[in-house]
Design a protein around this ligand. Structure first.
Ligand SMILES: NC(=O)C1=CN([C@@H]2O[C@H](COP(=O)(O)OP(=O)(O)OC[C@H]3O[C@@H](n4cnc5c(N)ncnc54)[C@H](O)[C@@H]3O)[C@@H](O)[C@H]2O)[C@@H](O)CC1
Ligand SMILES: Nc1ncnc2c1ncn2[C@@H]1O[C@H](COP(=O)(O)OP(=O)(O)O)[C@@H](O)[C@H]1O
Ligand SMILES: [K+]
Length: 475
């Protein structure tokens, strides 16, 4: 599990530790990890040209101490001091003693052009807002000359706690972060600025995180496995109430996902029976609607539903069964009925659907994903899975799950229907909504990568790649 903590939490943990350690210990730990990561990226250090962009806080201090280490190993290190009168003085002294040179932003263009590496020490967790001049121009120049950038703690210019980006921000090749990840390193749009993220342990003791990202072992531990005495009912039956005369394909794709999600059987109700059976003869069919469909341990309602209100209301009234609401179902669901439910409810909007539910624009959701997912979870008293470049899963309280798998190739019609079926299947197999959502998104993202493998793919192929993703996780 990768975990991310808010700035306030990091600072508290740092204070506790600093009070027990000799002065400067944490900064030296951070700088040592940073210098090693930079050396690894450079391959060889001797005679390499390294440029430091040094801001006015401790982030600049870390950078100067790391620069001193690289200088002692034979690199030619130049520090561009953005605010010379406010530079971390002890770090600057150590840096110049180790043979480092300093310069001002005005004289830095030539040095920057020739650099093998730029270390971004403009701001870390103390940053407010986007990059400011002259850092903006210097970063642009480095990017223009394709100089690899290592960000110290965070890419300067991103909002550490939310992953929002207001203005310009560094695009790093590598981010070396200290003590714990920050939400911005997991959540878009900031995450895209971070490149590869390397965590340096500086010994912090931390409380529960703000955000967390599952990894293979976590997902493997959560996946349902049939026992020796399992039968299809004990493994769970997932009900799919989806599709319409206009969108029969959504039903087929939701069933395709559900069949690969670990439930023992899939029961379908809706107008696309013929299409579903033609593709998946193993599907159980009910023509009496959700309420009288027989035994079901979780319902998925909404994909391709068009304007069919009745199945949505019927499913929401089944108060002892977990329900996943997707796509058209989100528009058709009565918010009051969702809030009143006592069994788990999982809403799976994309940014456009989330925007409609929240009464804001799609752009606002995409730029403030963490806020949007938490706000929906709290308004609906439900678990919410917000799809997109980084899929987030949130309850009204507790750490937000961030899905680390996925590929932009998944932005293809119908792939969300596969996800809803798959996740519903995991709900039916007994996973709590938060786990079903995060495990579903994880497998779906991985399957998307297998299906695409660098080329366009289709929703149906994503469903077909789910067993490969499952084996990858458990193997
Ligand atoms: N506190 C600690 O014990 C440790 C802190 N560490 C480092 O210290 C950093 C935090 O240091 P600080 O609290 O000094 O804060 P920062 O160095 O992140 O930034 C604060 C300074 O940047 C200026 N600033 C804010 N926004 C700016 C912007 N958009 N453009 C330009 N300047 C801006 C502020 O005026 C302030 O002087 C961490 O990110 C990490 O790199 C590490 O050494 C590990 C230990
Ligand atoms: N840029 C992206 N990067 C990664 N995954 C994406 C991206 N865009 C969309 N996705 C994923 O693709 C799926 C699309 O679902 P959705 O928007 O509901 O499409 P549809 O309604 O056509 O099925 C979601 O799982 C979403 O997270
Ligand atoms: K930085």
């Amino acid at each position: 599990m990768r975990t991310a903590h808010r700035v306030e939490t990091v600072r508290q943990a740092e204070q506790t530790l600093i009070s027990r350690l000799p002065d400067g210990t944490l900064m030296h730990r951070a700088a040592a990890g940073l210098a090693t990561a930079c050396a690894n990226l450079l391959g060889k250090v001797y005679a390499r040209k390294v440029v430091l962009l040094v801001g006015s806080g401790d982030n600049g201090g870390d950078t100067l101490y790391a620069g001193a280490r690289l200088s002692r190993r034979g690199a030619a290190v130049t520090a561009i001091l953005l605010t010379p009168d406010r530079t971390h003085q002890q770090a600057l002294t150590a840096f110049t003693r180790a043979g480092g040179r300093t310069t001002t932003p005005d004289n830095a263009q030539h040095t920057l052009k020739q650099a093998d590496l730029l270390i971004d020490g403009v701001v870390g967790i103390g940053g407010r807002g986007g990059l400011r001049p002259p850092a903006t121009d210097l970063i642009r120049a480095a990017e223009h000359h394709h100089v690899p950038i290592v960000a110290v703690d965070l890419p300067s210019g991103v909002d550490a706690d939310t992953g929002e980006v207001h203005g310009e921000a560094v695009h790093a090749t590598l981010t070396v972060t200290f003590g714990t990840h920050k939400p911005a390193l997991l959540i878009d749009p900031a995450r895209e600025h971070a490149g590869v993220v390397h965590l340096v342990d500086i010994g912090l003791t931390l409380p529960p995180p703000e955000a967390e990202a599952l990894q293979h072992p976590d997902v493997s531990a959560l996946l349902p496995h049939p026992g020796a005495t399992s039968d299809k009912y004990r493994r769970g039956v997932v009900g799919i109430a989806a599709g319409s005369n206009r969108y029969p394909g959504a039903a087929v794709l939701a069933v395709a996902g559900a069949l690969r999600g670990g439930a023992g059987a899939v029961r379908y109700t809706g107008p696309a029976t013929a299409e579903v059976l033609a593709r998946f003869p193993e599907t159980l069919i009910s023509d009496k609607g959700p309420k009288h469909a027989g035994r079901v341990q979780a319902w998925v309602v909404g994909p391709g539903a068009g304007d069919e209100q009745a199945p949505v209301s019927e499913v929401l009234a089944l108060d002892d069964v977990p329900v996943l609401i997707d796509a058209d179902g989100l528009r058709l669901a009565d918010p009051g009925a969702v809030r009143r439910r006592t069994a788990p409810t999982l809403l799976t909007p994309h940014a456009g659907e989330a925007a409609a539910l929240l009464g804001v624009t799609r752009e606002e959701v995409e730029s403030q994903r963490l806020w949007a997912v938490r706000e929906l979870a709290s308004r609906y008293r439900a678990t919410v899975l917000l799809k997109g470049a980084t899929t987030l899963i949130a309850d009204a309280e507790g750490p937000v799950r961030v899905n680390p798998t996925g590929t932009p190739w998944l932005a293809t019609a119908g792939s969300g229907d596969v996800l809803s079926g798959l996740t519903g299947s995991l709900l039916a197999a007994g996973l709590p909504a938060r786990d079903a959502g995060s495990v579903g998104a994880y497998l779906h993202g991985l399957a998307g990568r297998y299906a695409a493998d660098g080329a366009p793919t289709t929703a149906y192929e994503v469903a077909e790649a789910l067993p490969t993703a499952w084996r990858d996780v458990t193997g």
